[in-house]
Structure formats: C-alpha cells, structure tokens
Design a protein around this ligand. Structure first.
Ligand SMILES: *Cc1c(COP(=O)(O)O)cnc(C)c1O
Length: 354
C-alpha cells in the first residue's frame, strides 16, 4: 500500500514539540510539525506531499473563498498504554468525505490518498499524540476549490489537505439548549448531510441569538413545521424515553451521519436499549417529559464524544434534567473512551493501528 502512494515527504528541521506541554491543550489551537497537501488538476491528484506545517499562499480570487466549495472531516487518533497509535474509524470519515464531495460537485479523494496519507502523517507526528486519559490528536482532513477565477461554476482544481491538532481533555459542561423555531440548518434536498464549510457559517447567527438568551446551543427543527428535531448545534442528538433510545433518521438528508452517532447506537444496543432511528416530534418529547419517561437527552460528536443536556426549552416550556444521576450517557462516554484508549475490547475493529 505504502509503495503505491506516490508521496514526497519533507521533514521539519526541528520539532515545535519541545516548547509545548501536551497536557490540557485547548481544542484546535496548536498544530503539529507536518501537514499533507495534494492538488487536483486535469482530472487527477498530484503533488502529494507531507511537509512542514506552513501557511498557504493563495490568490485573492481563489474560488473557495467566494463560492464555498469547501468540505472537511474530524477524526481522532489515540495512544494506548504501550505507546502504539490508533485512529478511530477513519474509513467511515473517508466515506463521508466523498459523500460531502459529491454533493458539493467536488472530485472524490482516492481511498489510498485519504487513508494512507492520514496514516503516514499521523505516524510522522506520532509524538504529538498525548498519552494522558481523555487526550487525543484531532485530525482535520479538508478540501477546497482552488481555481483562480471569479465565475460561479465548479472549480477545475482543488486542494486536499490534512492537518493535526493535539487536544484534550475536551470537557463539555452539561448544556442548556434552545429549541429553534425561526432559523433552519438543513432542509430536504439541501446540504445538511454534507460536512460542507458553509453549513457552519450559516448556523452561527442562530447560535449567537440563543447565546444572548442564555443558552449554549440550539436544537434544530425541520424547516416546515419546526416540530421535528434534527441536531443539537453540530452534534447528533439522542433521547432516551423509557427503554427506547431515539435519534432522528438520516433519510431526509437533513442529518449529518455522525461516526459517534453510529458508535453510540452500537453501544446503546449493547446496553439492551431498543434503538429507533425515526422522525421525532417535539410534542412527543414534551409528553414523555411530563410522563416522567424522558430520562436522558444528549448530543454526540467527535470533539466531545457525548454532551449531556441539562435543560431543553421549547417556547415557554422548560424541561430540566438531573444529569448527575444519569447512567446511560456517562456509560457510553466511558465505553467509547475506553475502546479508544485501549482499555476495552475493540469488538468492532474500530481502532486502526497507525
Ligand atoms: C461532524 C458533525 C456531527 C458529528 O459527527 P461525528 O462523526 O460524530 O463527529 C454531527 N453533526 C454535525 C452537523 C456535524 O458537522
């Protein structure tokens, strides 16, 4: 595999690591010594390089800055107690990346470039993976259109890159959530299922409005009735009602198909829950709350794994939860963390050795 990927590796003359303590780093602020860069031109991927982390030189006319053909992924690498490095479910991120690419009329990235390029980069910067519990190396693959032309059309050229950021622990305090009824994140036929850069910019206004009202995030609802729940900020959302765990289904294309969502479904099934992927109406959530059968509500995503929701507000109705006594969300978080850090059997072969 290694031999087939034609890749030029230029090592940094010295590592920045010696000036940095890998403990308690804030999320996404520090980057490792190297990055991967590749260009798509004339229908093929070329100039595949791993080189010292450095700024890009871009023309002001570069298409992505104007029309937003830009997508990304978020993946994490861990070190076990033997010092071996593993990446969590990278193939799922690879598949999703190309689903996003297709929706944004961008070229697919070959599996070998994405997977082997990521592996080589992580291997080279392996010393940057923090070994402390709850710490990890965040991997950010991304692609953007790079034609130097101000004209609205799909670009002919693209850049694919991977950068790495040591992080942790990403503590997410229990959240207060505002059920959004004005602004929308995703519509059927739209780009909600793609990890497209513009989705995040488009969400910021509503999130800022919720923050002004004292909330941490919004719970997005459907565009037509503002009744069916979608996602919580940039996390998938789960509701435990009785012995059933419910999360919005993917079929309308309005939900990002989270790797943590899939992993959480598997963990819930292991715990004996019935898992339903379906449309879920806010009125049913309120009914369950009133009947004392709505036990837990939480978000899932790579950065925080699980974020518990301690308050959910719909119009003037406030649902409050005693998160300190929850069993399910903390157990899922622990199981997933244990699998990633090598302290629980990796039954599903999620960990890919670097
Ligand atoms: C990335 C993301 C998620 C979570 O996906 P993971 O693969 O679990 O990290 C959920 N919702 C949105 C909108 C996202 O961008």
């Amino acid at each position: 595999m290694t031999a087939a990927l034609d890749i030029l590796i230029t090592k940094a003359e010295q590592s920045k690591l010696k000036d940095l303590n890998l403990e308690n780093l804030p999320f996404g602020k520090f980057f490792t010594d190297h990055m991967l860069e590749a260009d798509y031109e004339n229908g093929e991927w070329k100039n595949i390089e791993i080189k010292p982390y450095q700024p890009l030189l871009l023309s002001p006319s570069v298409a992505a800055l104007h029309y937003g053909q830009a997508i990304f992924e978020g993946v994490k690498a861990y070190k076990d107690s033997n010092g071996d490095a593993y990446i969590f479910r990278p193939i799922d991120n690879f598949k999703r990346f190309n689903i996003s690419a297709e929706r944004m009329q961008m070229p697919a990235v070959p599996e070998e470039l994405f997977m082997e390029g990521m592996r080589l980069l992580v291997e080279l910067d392996k010393n940057w993976i923090p070994s402390k519990p709850d710490h990890s190396l965040y991997i950010r693959p991304f692609m953007f259109s790079s034609d130097e032309l101000i004209g609205v059309r799909p670009s002919d050229t693209y850049k694919f890159m991977i950068i790495l950021s040591p992080t942790g622990p990403y503590y997410s305090a229990p959240m207060r959530i505002y059920v959004e009824e004005n602004y929308v994140r995703a519509v059927p036929g739209g780009v909600g299922y793609a990890k497209a850069a513009g989705n995040y910019g488009a969400a910021m206004y509503a999130t800022a409005e919720a923050k002004k009202k004292g909330y941490d995030q919004v719970l997005w609802t459907d565009a037509f009735e503002h009744k069916y729940v979608q996602e919580c900020g940039t996390m998938n959302v789960f509701f435990i009602i009785g012995n059933t765990a419910i999360t919005p289904s993917l079929e309308l294309g309005t939900i990002l198909n989270g790797v943590t969502r899939q992993s959480t479904i598997t963990m819930l099934q292991e715990m004996g829950f019935t898992v339903e992927e379906r449309r879920l109406n806010i009125d049913d959530i309120i009914d369950a709350y009133k009947a004392n059968t709505l036990y837990e509500v939480f978000g899932t995503g790579t950065a925080a794994t699980i974020s518990m929701i301690k308050e959910l507000r719909y119009k003037d109705f406030v649902m409050e939860f005693d998160v300190d006594n929850w069993k399910t969300a903390p157990t899922i978080k622990k199981w997933l963390t244990d699998i990633r850090e090598g302290n629980r059997e990796d039954k599903y072969n999620w960990m890919q050795k670097v």
